[in-house]
Ligand binder design. Sequence first.
Ligand code: 4AD
Ligand code: MG
Length: 452
Amino acid sequence: MKRTKIKALLARTAPLENVLIKGWVRTRRDTKEFSFIEVNDGSCLASIQVIVDAGTPGAEFLPRISTGAAVAVTGEMVPSPGKGQAFEIRSRGLELVGTSQEAYPLQKKRHSDEFLRTIAHLRPRTNKYGAIMRIRSKTSHLIHRFFEEEGFFLIHTPIITGSDCEGAGEMFRITTVSGSTPASDDFFGQETNLTVSGQLSAEMMALALGDVYTFGPTFRAENSNTSRHAAEFWMLEPEMAFCDLTGNMDIAEALIKYVVQGVLESCAEDIALFANFVDKTLMKTLTSLRDDAYIRLSYADAVEILLKAKKPFDYPVSFGIDLQSEHERYLAEEHFKKPVFLYNYPKGIKPFYMRMNDDGETVAAMDLLVPRIGELIGGSQREEREDKLQERMQALNLPEADYWWYMDSRRFGSVPHSGFGLGFERLLMLLTGISNIRDVIAFPRTPGSIDF
Ligand code: 4AD
Ligand code: MG
């Protein structure tokens, strides 16, 4: 007999004569005649109650069926007289698949996030982390579905690269030789890094296929031990040919609305857990994300608003500064109380590839700022004009020879094009109300922390 997932069982409205379930024991409770075992198989938040009596084949395992043990149960699914569950399983056979030793660290009580991070290998068995992993999976599928429906092609960009897309120098070096060996003798014959962004490759593909996106692991050696930075995170990067900055913001906004709607539809039970226990304002945030038009505001206008703000900031504001998370959050969380696209940033705080505006001072950049998180998206219209791009690269001391292939794209059929990068973990924080990036990725990599 094939096992049935608990999610499928609980979606039924009618009892079922013969079922087989397999999962892990959350609790076992014994009365004189019966044992009640709560089994969860990870397919959904809910567990199902299994009732075993002394005559059931396999009942001899009962003393060893402790929290964390793996079991297989055959039986009949019948309406449950108990509260909070429509059905339960009257067991006709019980099998102990894997015992759980006494040291099993997950108890019925609520554990702190900090403690659960120390057992990241077991925390997906808790309600909260099971829920976040299911939402993570669904969100990922929704992103792919959105771009498929919009006619984008999924591309896979390299993880090992020789270039620094963002020019911020926050790269992990990869090498097969010892420190004193010259880079020319290294595996690739030059310095190589883990990618900080697939953008430059994505641009080449967009200039052939039209609309593309890449969605994969991204690496940054930022030594900022914050709740919003990970050394390894997932970035979604769409790139659109024949698209300007407005079109870029339009796609970003449509994507987020689509994903929020999809998650509300298909992860209602898991989302409710977060709305009840993690962030009481979550439903309000999500409906606003789905229904409200996002603000679009120039960087210069944002600076004006920040200068007039009554709020004291740790970092003083003036035109030209790289906005800090406190500024970004003030705009999205307190001033507008909804997502805000900021555009036209000063050139000095943005990478070389962004399109120069006519003022010669600002570039066609856009960041999407959202409540609680700050920056969720960073993107731009790209500089498609060869001479302007050369100017920027010279000003920033970037050797043109290293970017010969990138420059080629501006020589052979260059077109206006745009794209952005969305931090997938930050999106998940937004969708769940979880406040630390370490809790939306299975095995977080942060400074000084590489267990699991
Ligand atoms: O703003 P960023 O640096 O943009 C780029 O890398 C562009 N090349 C993307 C593009 O246009 N194709 O990064 C994009 C997003 C940020 O807005 C943030 O959400 C996320 O990536 N991000 C991080 N997320 C988690 N941990 C980190 N250390 C992150 N650094 C950036
Ligand atoms: Mg950015």
